[in-house]
Design a protein around this ligand. Sequence first.
Ligand SMILES: NC(=O)c1ccc[n+]([C@@H]2O[C@H](COP(=O)([O-])OP(=O)(O)OC[C@H]3O[C@@H](n4cnc5c(N)ncnc54)[C@H](O)[C@@H]3O)[C@@H](O)[C@H]2O)c1
Length: 324
Amino acid sequence: MQKILVTGGAGFIGSHVVDALVEQGKSVLIADNLSTGKNAHVNPSENTYFFDVDITKRDRLEQIFRQHSDIDGVIHLAAQSKASPSLDAPEHDANINIHGTVNVLELTKAYEVKNFIYASSAAVYGDQQTLPIAEDVAVEPLSPYGVSKQAGEEYVKAYRRLYDIDARVLRFANVYGPRQSVDTEAGVITIFVEQLLNGEQPGIYGDGKQTRDFIYVTDVASAILHCLFEEPSEPEESSPVYNVGTGQETSVEELLRELCAVMDQRYRPLYMEKRPGDIEKSYLDNRKLRANYAWEPETSLADGLTATIAHAKRSDASYEKIDS
Ligand SMILES: NC(=O)c1ccc[n+]([C@@H]2O[C@H](COP(=O)([O-])OP(=O)(O)OC[C@H]3O[C@@H](n4cnc5c(N)ncnc54)[C@H](O)[C@@H]3O)[C@@H](O)[C@H]2O)c1
């Protein structure tokens, strides 16, 4: 049975990755300090092992590698995962996203784990003029978070070149779905759903014409597994980087209209002042990933929103299999 270490496996995306691995019959080790992740997100399967570990503490992290010398692959998702907090506390962001990533890579090297997936972000692109955004444009992050994710990418590429680790960088678009945290920094979909369920008027920053690429979380989990387990159909460049998005742009207004339709509610947004630094338009070119791997985003926005709303309505926080 293949054994995969998932850092950040108790988080939003990580918990869906763990579900997908368990479904494929893999044994899963989760390294997570539960700073934003939740125990309740962890699949209590007999092949899932949870370690309360901070990736910035290499000694503690090393215990996992020492106890499990047969790890086949690492999926590195643990991170300070949002842009706004990185503006207030850039050192904290850099410590987890850069120092933590170096720790995970050092142990991957030392314990000769061959396969590695790094969760990067569309935040590395910043405000690009040519859309959809392809992987080969010059990156220009606009936040310390974008910078730290880019730095992580560069370390991953260097470790691939230096130590022959079969590593891939995946840049995720705006991921949404069940188990996304509901706080002020949550994704816009989670915030809108919460506001609509509470009978509050949803707030739109600016004119609502700004666009994003919203991808459902199980499609992201599936992209990760394809890149980890499948042979690419074409020879890859020396440091493979892939966008993980739908390749479609949706404006914030369109998104809210669709949500209101799914929830059978009247569309009546509160327009608020545009936030400084907000990117106008962004969506990712996903053709490279689709060409090299047997992956397609499968979940329509309407279906993804329906599943997200159904989950938000449930009060039980303990682990539940998500039907999508
Ligand atoms: N959600 C998105 O839209 C999105 C978009 C692009 C990229 N990403 C990237 O995907 C990854 C997962 O993001 P997410 O949305 O699931 O966020 P999340 O905050 O839900 O998950 C991050 C997980 O990492 C854990 N963690 C944080 N610091 C840690 C530390 N020092 N040691 C151990 N564990 C730690 C948290 O407890 C959490 O479980 C991140 O790397 C993020 O940068 C997310």
